[in-house]
Design a protein around this ligand. Sequence first.
Ligand SMILES: [Zn+2]
Length: 91
Amino acid sequence: MNQCPFCLTELSPKDSTCSDCQAKKGYFQIDQFVLGKTLMIIFGIIAPLYFAFLGLAAQNPFGLGVCLFMLFPVLFTGLKLMIGRKWYKLV
Ligand SMILES: [Zn+2]
Protein backbone atom coordinates (compact mmCIF):
# COMPACT_ATOMS: atom_id res chain seq x y z
CA MET A 1 0.00 0.00 0.00
CA ASN A 2 1.67 3.18 -1.16
CA GLN A 3 -0.87 5.53 0.26
CA CYS A 4 -0.91 7.53 3.47
CA PRO A 5 -3.62 5.95 5.68
CA PHE A 6 -4.49 9.32 7.21
CA CYS A 7 -4.83 11.73 4.29
CA LEU A 8 -4.84 9.19 1.41
CA THR A 9 -2.00 10.94 -0.43
CA GLU A 10 -0.26 8.68 -2.95
CA LEU A 11 3.32 8.02 -1.86
CA SER A 12 6.29 6.16 -3.24
CA PRO A 13 7.07 2.85 -1.48
CA LYS A 14 10.35 4.23 -0.16
CA ASP A 15 8.79 7.32 1.42
CA SER A 16 8.87 7.20 5.20
CA THR A 17 7.20 10.57 5.72
CA CYS A 18 3.92 11.69 4.18
CA SER A 19 4.53 14.78 2.06
CA ASP A 20 1.10 16.10 2.88
CA CYS A 21 0.22 15.46 6.55
CA GLN A 22 3.75 14.59 7.83
CA ALA A 23 2.68 11.18 9.15
CA LYS A 24 5.74 8.98 9.65
CA LYS A 25 6.43 5.34 8.95
CA GLY A 26 8.36 3.37 11.55
CA TYR A 27 8.25 0.68 14.21
CA PHE A 28 7.37 2.56 17.37
CA GLN A 29 6.36 6.05 18.40
CA ILE A 30 7.70 7.95 21.39
CA ASP A 31 6.06 11.34 21.69
CA GLN A 32 6.77 13.17 18.40
CA PHE A 33 9.44 10.73 17.33
CA VAL A 34 9.04 7.59 15.25
CA LEU A 35 11.78 4.99 15.59
CA GLY A 36 13.32 3.36 12.53
CA LYS A 37 15.06 -0.02 12.52
CA THR A 38 18.48 1.16 13.79
CA LEU A 39 17.07 3.02 16.80
CA MET A 40 14.72 0.12 17.55
CA ILE A 41 17.70 -2.24 17.68
CA ILE A 42 19.78 0.14 19.82
CA PHE A 43 17.05 1.01 22.36
CA GLY A 44 15.03 -2.18 22.20
CA ILE A 45 17.71 -4.84 21.99
CA ILE A 46 21.26 -3.62 22.63
CA ALA A 47 20.45 -1.37 25.63
CA PRO A 48 18.23 -3.94 27.42
CA LEU A 49 20.77 -6.72 26.77
CA TYR A 50 23.46 -4.49 28.27
CA PHE A 51 21.39 -4.02 31.44
CA ALA A 52 20.54 -7.73 31.47
CA PHE A 53 24.26 -8.48 31.34
CA LEU A 54 24.95 -6.06 34.19
CA GLY A 55 22.15 -7.74 36.15
CA LEU A 56 23.64 -11.18 35.59
CA ALA A 57 27.11 -9.94 36.50
CA ALA A 58 25.80 -8.64 39.85
CA GLN A 59 25.05 -12.26 40.81
CA ASN A 60 22.29 -11.43 43.25
CA PRO A 61 18.47 -11.81 43.18
CA PHE A 62 17.94 -8.16 42.26
CA GLY A 63 20.36 -8.45 39.34
CA LEU A 64 18.62 -11.61 38.17
CA GLY A 65 15.27 -9.79 38.38
CA VAL A 66 16.65 -6.95 36.25
CA CYS A 67 18.00 -9.51 33.78
CA LEU A 68 14.60 -11.25 33.42
CA PHE A 69 12.75 -7.94 33.23
CA MET A 70 14.95 -6.86 30.31
CA LEU A 71 13.66 -9.78 28.26
CA PHE A 72 10.37 -7.93 27.79
CA PRO A 73 11.68 -4.98 25.75
CA VAL A 74 13.79 -7.40 23.69
CA LEU A 75 10.76 -9.61 22.91
CA PHE A 76 8.61 -6.55 22.26
CA THR A 77 11.18 -5.12 19.85
CA GLY A 78 11.64 -8.46 18.08
CA LEU A 79 7.89 -8.68 17.59
CA LYS A 80 7.68 -5.10 16.28
CA LEU A 81 10.51 -5.74 13.83
CA MET A 82 8.79 -8.92 12.62
CA ILE A 83 5.44 -7.16 12.12
CA GLY A 84 7.12 -4.42 10.09
CA ARG A 85 6.70 -0.70 9.78
CA LYS A 86 3.43 1.10 10.09
CA TRP A 87 2.29 4.69 9.82
CA TYR A 88 2.14 6.94 12.84
CA LYS A 89 0.26 10.22 12.86
CA LEU A 90 2.09 12.91 14.77
CA VAL A 91 -0.21 15.43 16.38
ZN1 LIG B 1 -0.64 11.84 4.96
